[in-house]
Design a protein around this ligand. Structure first.
Ligand code: ADP
Ligand code: MG
Length: 401
């Protein structure tokens, strides 16, 4: 295998991964949230040291990393320190400043590279990329001026107005039924650059995680079916109960094409809608491991975090295998406030159930909507996983699905 030889110019100058970075080296991460924490666990298991750059002294990954650089994401001294101690660098969030990634890439391999991350930072660029790859996305229009707002085609309404940049977990988006609501919503969002998407009749939602190596090899995790509540992921089930084999293959191929056409190296998650007529539409993508892929830690023989370690170190990518059907439940801070008063959830009660894997991210303060952890229920078959997950949800006071 000739690692790194095919990394092309679209990696925006990032140094290619010339040779395998062996365990013992230090891997750097921009951001110290739960994704970086689980990345650190995977990297450390394989014998790497981990350096995290995050200004928060109590960041979940900073607490478990070998080195925690407490600086801002654009701080020159902090970036220099991260470069100095890391053999390769990755990011746990897509809104890392492009200039920071470019600075790091001048002296270390950075995966994913700034060019791929830039596309994921911008909903309009993301959709243009889907179209370029021959992957359908929702009918949409860009709104950056009052003139563009006035010209919106009526066929896009009712729709969802989304800020082009910085939206996540349903934030930065408003559902609008007509022109008046659209105008008010655009003003409410600060008249910033937005995309108006036609409201589509969803049957269900899935996502696919792929990893691409510097040699161009692409592997994928099995597609997961996702249920969102208030714009935030609540439940992930694998295998996806409503997804046929043919549509799954189409989604996996589309995600692979999206990564390959970007010249991407690392883990990439693509979210799709399955519409009521059975068609598949790409929604958005994330240039990193994804909340919907957390199940892979306990249910697959190679997790999304293992894949990120392998991709950035130039290790071979092998196809992950789902060894146990599973259900993942997100644990939001709301769980800590069952009747308005703070109470620690009764973990012993859920841990009494078979196949429960509890993950808490070490965040000291529970707040409504804050991602505090997740739990994955694995079982010998999907029905059993679903039944135990429902018991776990009931014991925690989570809504069933
Ligand atoms: P975020 O970055 O907040 O995850 P998404 O674009 O994924 O933003 O939207 C959040 C959720 O809103 C989706 O998971 C889906 O449930 C719903 N949604 C988004 N766009 C559409 C659409 N065009 N039609 C119907 N539902 C949508
Ligand atoms: Mg989303």
């Amino acid at each position: 295998m000739t690692l790194g030889s095919e990394v092309d110019g679209r990696m925006s100058g990032a140094l290619p991964i010339h040779e395998f970075i062996a365990p013992g080296a230090t891997l750097g991460v921009m951001g110290g949230g739960q994704l970086a924490r689980m990345f650190a666990h995977a990297a450390q298991q394989m014998g790497y040291a981990v350096a995290v750059l995050d200004p928060d002294p109590t960041s979940p990954a900073g607490l478990v990393a070998h080195h925690h650089i407490r600086s801002g994401y654009q701080d020159a001294a902090g970036l220099a320190e991260l470069t100095q101690c890391s053999a390769a660098i990755t990011t746990e969030f897509e809104n890392v400043p492009a200039s920071a990634l470019a600075t790091l890439a001048a002296s270390r391999p950075v995966a994913p590279g700034a060019a791929g991350v830039a596309v994921c930072q911008d909903r309009a660029a993301e959709k243009a990329h889907f179209v370029r790859c021959g992957v359908p996305c929702a009918p949409h229009a860009l709104i950056e001026s009052a003139a563009q707002l006035a010209r919106i085609d009526a066929s896009l309404l009712p729709g969802i107005l989304k800020t082009t940049r910085l939206g996540y977990d349903g934030k930065g988006q408003v559902r609008v039924s007509g022109r008046d609501e659209l105008a008010a919503a655009w003003a409410d969002l600060g008249s910033v650059s937005c995309v108006l998407e036609k409201m589509l009749p969803l049957a269900f939602e899935i996502s696919v995680i792929v990893a691409r190596g510097a040699d161009g090899a692409v592997v994928h995790l099995p597609a997961q079916q996702n249920l969102h509540r208030d714009g935030v992921l609540a439940v992930t089930r694998v295998p996806a109960p409503n997804l046929g084999a043919e549509l799954q293959a189409t989604a996996v191929a589309a995600a692979g094409r999206i990564a390959t056409t970007l010249g991407y190296v690392g883990v990439l998650c693509v979210e799709f809608f399955v519409l009521q007529d059975g068609s598949l539409v790409a929604n958005e993508m994330a240039p990193r491991p994804h909340n919907s892929g957390h199940y892979s830690i306990d249910a697959c023989d190679v997790s999304q975090f293992d894949l990120q370690v392998r991709a950035m170190t130039g290790a071979p990518l092998v196809a992950p295998r789902l060894h146990s059907p599973c259900v993942m439940l997100n644990l939001l801070g709301d769980l800590w406030f069952p009747a308005g008063r703070k109470v620690e959830p009764d973990w012993a009660e859920v841990l009494a159930l078979p196949g429960v894997h509890l993950h808490l991210y070490g965040k000291a303060e529970a707040r409504a909507g804050r991602k505090m952890g997740h739990l994955t229920v694995t079982a010998a078959d999907a029905m059993q996983a679903d039944a135990v997950a429902r018991q776990a949800a009931a014991r925690l006071g989570l809504e069933a699905w």
